[in-house]
Design a protein around this ligand. Structure first.
Ligand SMILES: [Zn+2]
Length: 372
């Protein structure tokens, strides 16, 4: 079920990109000038159950390949719409060969006007394991093409990749739901966003998709809570850094991360953004101590959670170095979308990221000596 046919002069007819009048004109033409690729006869314009326009082979001349799913057809059509909106040329169902003779066939192949084909969009509906993704990606790379993958099958098949993505395989979870009328609505999930396929493809072709990871730069999140300065003459609101967490939400000692490059600068930036933020704490026997941002006097506090409090999360960017690796910190490595200032759970090295607030309910801890 291809999306592509040609006129007898070789002009491509891309079913999902034709205007309604063009499409109707083609449907009603008596001597229709639309031909299946590779000399497979006249093309018959049709609409799939999911509302996608495509071309069918004349009866009895269906191609031998496996019958393509309506869903795959829909995803390809949506990708074409996105590429066109980005101002790129795009053609569905294009085949090619690597310099060493290996074949590939792209769902949608894209190029800037007048330039060679450089980007393939692959809508993967059939279950495919990571090895197969890598192999196909290598074939594209050998042909000078970067492929973007819409992973529309059960994502668990790429379980390892989701835990540890890399720049060599741009693959994105894609889910399909139905709108109230029963039409499919596909969404690509990236960097905390859910984008329609045209939005995603347009953005990816327009410089919105970024890989970030340099092997040293890691992110930890400082957790702050609100308190009041102890001193009677001050009594001002203060924010106290009481914990730090890895991106996997494992607690990590504030003392440990204080020793890492970038922490001091990042903390200073957090203080500039949050004027009530007390100094970076130091351990004092079993508690933490800091200085009030207003009166500079010492404040002592516990490092555990309090029940039902507002927590402020400040991602900070540090150089994790060897010490961080030993502690199990991993460098940041992830696909992001749009400008750095919107990336969630990220911060520049020696800087802070997006500050967020959360009401945290935890079970109250019993203070004082344990009784068994
Ligand atoms: Zn004070």
């Amino acid at each position: 079920m291809p999306l592509l046919a040609y006129t007898h002069l070789g002009e491509p007819l891309i079913a999902p990109l034709m205007t309604d009048p063009e499409w109707e004109c083609l449907r009603s033409a008596r001597h229709r000038d639309a031909w299946m690729p590779h000399g497979k006869g006249r093309a018959i314009p049709k609409v799939s159950r999911l509302g996608t326009r495509f071309f069918a082979h004349p009866p009895g001349q269906a191609s031998g390949g496996a019958k393509e799913s309506n869903l795959h057809l829909y995803l390809k059509a949506q990708s074409l719409v996105g590429a066109r909106a980005a101002g790129w040329d795009a053609l569905p169902e294009q085949s090619g060969t690597t310099p060493d003779g290996q074949d590939w066939r792209a769902d949608v192949l894209c190029r800037r006007h007048g330039k060679p084909w450089t980007v393939a969009v692959e809508a993967q509906v059939q279950l495919q394991g990571e090895e197969a993704y890598r192999q196909r990606q290598e074939r594209y790379a050998a042909s000078g093409i970067r492929a973007l993958w819409l992973v529309a099958h059960e994502p668990a098949a790429l379980h390892r990749y989701w835990l540890k993505p890399d720049p060599y395989l741009p693959a994105f979870k894609t889910t399909i739901e139905k709108d109230p009328k029963g039409w499919p609505e596909a969404q690509v999930h990236i960097d905390g966003l859910s984008l329609s396929i045209p939005e995603f493809v347009t953005g990816a072709l327009s410089g919105q998709l970024h890989w970030y990871g340099n092997g040293r730069h890691g992110i930890v999140t400082l957790m702050l809570r609100e308190d009041q300065c102890w001193h009677r003459t001050c009594r001002k609101r203060v924010l106290l850094a009481y914990r730090a967490e890895t991106p996997q939400r494992k607690p990590i000692d504030i003392e440990t991360i204080q020793a890492m490059q970038g922490y001091g600068d990042a903390y200073a930036k957090a203080q500039a953004a949050l004027p009530d933020l007390a100094d970076s704490p130091w351990p004092l026997r079993k508690v933490l101590a800091s200085r009030c941002a207003h009166c500079r006097r010492e404040i002592r506090y516990h490092s555990h959670d309090w029940d039902g409090q507002d927590v402020i999360y400040v991602p900070i960017g540090i150089d994790i170095g060897e010490q961080g690796h030993r502690l199990g910190l991993t460098p940041h490595a992830q696909w992001h979308w749009g400008p750095e200032t919107r990336w969630p759970h990220w911060a520049p090295l020696g800087g802070i990221g997006l500050i967020s607030h959360c009401y945290r309910e935890v079970r109250p801890r019993r203070l004082g000596p344990k009784t068994s």
